[in-house]
Design a protein around this ligand. Sequence first.
Ligand code: NI
Ligand code: MN
Length: 226
Amino acid sequence: MKITFYGHNSLLLEVSGTYILIDPFITGNPLHKDKLDIKSLKADYILLTHAHQDHILDAEKIAKNTDAIIVSNYEIAMHYQEKGFKVHPMNHGGNWKFNFGNLKFVNAVHTSSFPDGSYGGQPGGFVIEGEHKNIYVAGDTALTMDMKLIPLQTKLDLAILPIGDNFTMGIEDAIIASEFVACEKVLGVHFDTFGYIEINHDEAKKKFNDAGKDLILLDFGSSIVL
Ligand code: NI
Ligand code: MN
């Protein structure tokens, strides 16, 4: 499983030849907006954790270019289905076996309105199992006890957690989240994009290190392989 970081919570997974794009927010990212032509992105699926602009901005354009299936909560899926896109609706606690492996939509504590204020259902995260590797994409969320449910069923190889604070968990809570999901390898996301969520990278890595955990921070466009 290959995971490429495109800023904020935008991630591209390559699993068994399938391209899974998560929360594409690339053209509007003030740090990275000219670094990638989104027309070059491949996507078989676009996974959306919630309806906020900084997670869905480029979903329509990329879905049009790629014919990708948009996977999200019921309300977000219906929103895109009405616009003519291919969708797969899910809801909390639900699993589905896709061609790349199993996907579970799990709880997140956050909000989920569309940019125009319309209802975007409840936010979520994803547990993705493929190529014998298991990852958790938390999406925007607070630290929550529900995270403890994940390791009851899934031994994670990587937890992708927000660390920017203010709108989501910050570093201290992300360290506890990594305990809750029983995964010491964390890829940090949702930091630096806006003034509210700027972090000190060295300090963040040191705090994880002091807690016996590994915080990975990827540059735009760089990847890790599990
Ligand atoms: Ni959000
Ligand atoms: Mn966000």
